[in-house]
Design a protein around this ligand. Sequence first.
Ligand code: FAD
Length: 399
Amino acid sequence: MELTLSLQEQAFAHEVRAFITGNLPVDIEKKVRLDHHIERDDHMRWQQILGQRGWFTGAWPREHDGHAWTAVQSYIFNTIAGEMNCPELQVFGPSMVGPVIYTYGTPEQKAEHLPKIRDSSVFWCQGYSEPAAGSDLAALSTRADDDGDYYLVNGQKIWTSYAHWADWIFCLVRTSREERNQRGISFLLIDMKTPGIEVQPIRMMDGSHSLNAVFFTNVRVPKHNRIGEEGKGWTYAKFLLEHERVENANLRFITQELLKLRRIASTAKSKSRPLIDDPLFSAKVSAVEAQFKTLEVGVLRLLSNIQAGVPAGAGASSFIKVRGTEIAQRVLELILEATGPDAQPYQPELLFGTGTAELIGPDHSVTPASSYFWRRAMTIYGGSTEIQKNIMAKHVLGL
Ligand SMILES: Cc1cc2nc3c(=O)[nH]c(=O)nc-3n(C[C@H](O)[C@H](O)[C@H](O)COP(=O)(O)OP(=O)(O)OC[C@H]3O[C@@H](n4cnc5c(N)ncnc54)[C@H](O)[C@@H]3O)c2cc1C
């Protein structure tokens, strides 16, 4: 985007580029560039490198040892990280539970958890959804019964991303039954090593594994691991979801995929000329690039409001989430189209980096189909598109 950056912002952009050039491990950069699967160790290594610089939580306030990045600085960091093939950051700690802890947590909770989120020594996952509570999250039924200084947690979470990698999970649980479903929900921090927790993998159609079902059987959780007041968990959950949807704008990801699209379309041929010179295809690329620029402006405006103390607002963050999803999916469709028949062979050994199978097609042909299908899920996770449209209808249009 042609933002006019101030001299300080230009210096910051320069600093980010220099840092990534000097510190992003070559093997991780290659995996991201070729869209191969990224393992826990890859994420942690990069996040810990950023953590040493304080950049894993760069947007956190100074009082919590963040750098209080402005909206523009966060934007600069994300888009440069996309351009330079940095892995997606796992946001459960820095952008989700971290802000909840520093906003609503006790001094003990802050002292225990914030440093380990900042240096990325602990991996968090999110335990909200249940088999009968997804869009209608307030219908959740995982129970936390009073047991003296502890809660006894019983129930099941599902679609829990990276629970098999996680050290801790933040969970919504029911501490009482009330007339309004939203009441009686509490927000608990649970150590994944606690006896009674079982993680079952849910495999994807391409063989990959990021989703899980998590079962809780008489899991004893100290009451001091509850965030804020008992029964007020919905307030903290809503605060977190608004942050999550801003993250779901996917600026880093779309920046990276747009560059990939241009690269592929410059090597693929259409009637013996580069596909990118085909006026029809080129118009499709330009259209999605223009949509992305409007999204960037929307995200910047939203982030600036949040920093000025104006709440994101349910309607605005829903809009960002829906547009980010639509644009990312459109870019992946165009990558698939540009790759053409080369995208058809399923090459798991290359996708997961597990074998010595010979590459069929150009090296960018391994992942477009897998990536296209996987990212269809963007329409669902973080709150489905239909639900976001309902929120916008209510909060923006007043319907
Ligand atoms: C890849 C992936 C990762 C995820 N990671 C996590 C995670 O880490 N932690 C976590 O807690 N959850 C996670 N989820 C779960 C996700 O939040 C839920 O899938 C989502 O909220 C939808 O809930 P559901 O699957 O129960 O679908 P349902 O709520 O049953 O919805 C089914 C369909 O009905 C539509 N629908 C439902 N209600 C309405 C309505 N009122 N109006 C109009 N349409 C409606 C929905 O849009 C959807 O199309 C993940 C999901 C996916 C796919």
